[in-house]
Write a protein that binds this ligand. Structure first.
Ligand SMILES: C[S@@+](CC[C@H](N)C(=O)[O-])C[C@H]1O[C@@H](n2cnc3c(N)ncnc32)[C@H](O)[C@@H]1O
Length: 249
């Protein structure tokens, strides 16, 4: 198996996606800081950065729901035909995001449930799950038709705010790509999707608005066997706006 490669960028998600060529990506797995996180944060049910050099309020900025249409249009554009898109979100955001992603051209299959195994905070039944919306561009079969739509993994505690366990993303990546293909995450945070992609022998391109997230992800991925390419904090682009991983597009 070839050494996986990764490239990290520090930019706004939509600006970054616009710099990538149409039909150049095999899978998008992402976890935007959607508006309803503010509600969880207000009632203290979500972790905060203990101390962030990059953020004066110890939190990352929210991506407003009214930017979803431009985000989904770009995600749709950069994906190859016959590919998948997974969006981590809570049950409230699911109702907002689903019709907007459909309007961008995606087929919605179902929410996959991330079962965190233990109850968390909350006043209206204690929270134990999160959703992962499963979308398709064109038609692509899952690699293993025997996998259930409830995936179990404990929460990540004491890490980046809203950090996801790589084990969940590993299942999504294994189901929807082949080794050597390109997985991207425009809101990568601590790079859990990148870590999962590299563990599974895929290439990864990640982006975050927060410089600290890029630094955290870089340290994490450099501890794997993967190789970093095109290091730079500017949006990746070349004459054709193509990804910079040296992959055949
Ligand atoms: C929910 S966190 C992602 C957590 C990640 N899945 C993990 O496991 O660590 C969302 C990330 O989006 C970033 N972000 C906020 N607004 C953004 C924007 N407009 N473009 C790109 N990234 C943004 C935040 O800095 C934060 O790191």
């Amino acid at each position: 198996m070839e050494t996986p490669r990764f490239q990290l960028t520090h930019s706004d998600a939509v600006t970054w996606l616009r710099s990538l060529a149409a039909g150049s990506v095999d899978l998008v797995v992402t976890d935007p800081p959607y508006e309803s996180l503010e509600k969880h944060r207000a009632i203290g049910t979500t972790t905060r950065l203990k101390h962030s050099k990059a953020s004066s309020n110890d939190w990352f900025s929210i991506f407003p729901n009214d930017r979803f249409p431009e985000l989904f249009a770009e995600v749709y554009r950069v994906l190859k035909k016959d590919t998948h898109f997974y969006l981590y979100c809570d049950p409230e955001t699911m109702f907002v995001a689903k019709p907007m992603a459909e309007a961008a051209g995606f087929k919605f299959w179902k929410p996959i449930i991330w079962d965190k195994r233990n109850i968390g905070m909350g006043y209206h039944y204690r929270a134990r799950y999160e959703c992962i919306l499963f979308f398709e561009k064109g038609k692509r079969k899952l690699n293993d038709l025997g996998v259930a739509d409830i995936l179990e993994a404990p929460r990540v505690t004491g890490g980046y705010p809203a950090e996801k366990p790589p084990k969940i993303s590993e299942t999504l990546i294994t189901q929807s790509t082949l080794p050597g293909q390109l997985v991207i995450d425009p809101f990568m945070g601590s790079g859990s999707v990148g870590f999962a992609a590299i563990n599974k022998g895929r290439n990864f391109m990640g982006n975050d608005l927060c410089k600290e997230a890029v630094d955290i992800t870089r340290s994490r991925l450099l501890e794997t066997h993967a190789e970093e390419v095109g290091r730079g904090d500017k949006p990746a682009s070349n004459d054709k706006g193509a990804p910079q991983l040296g992959l055949t597009l």
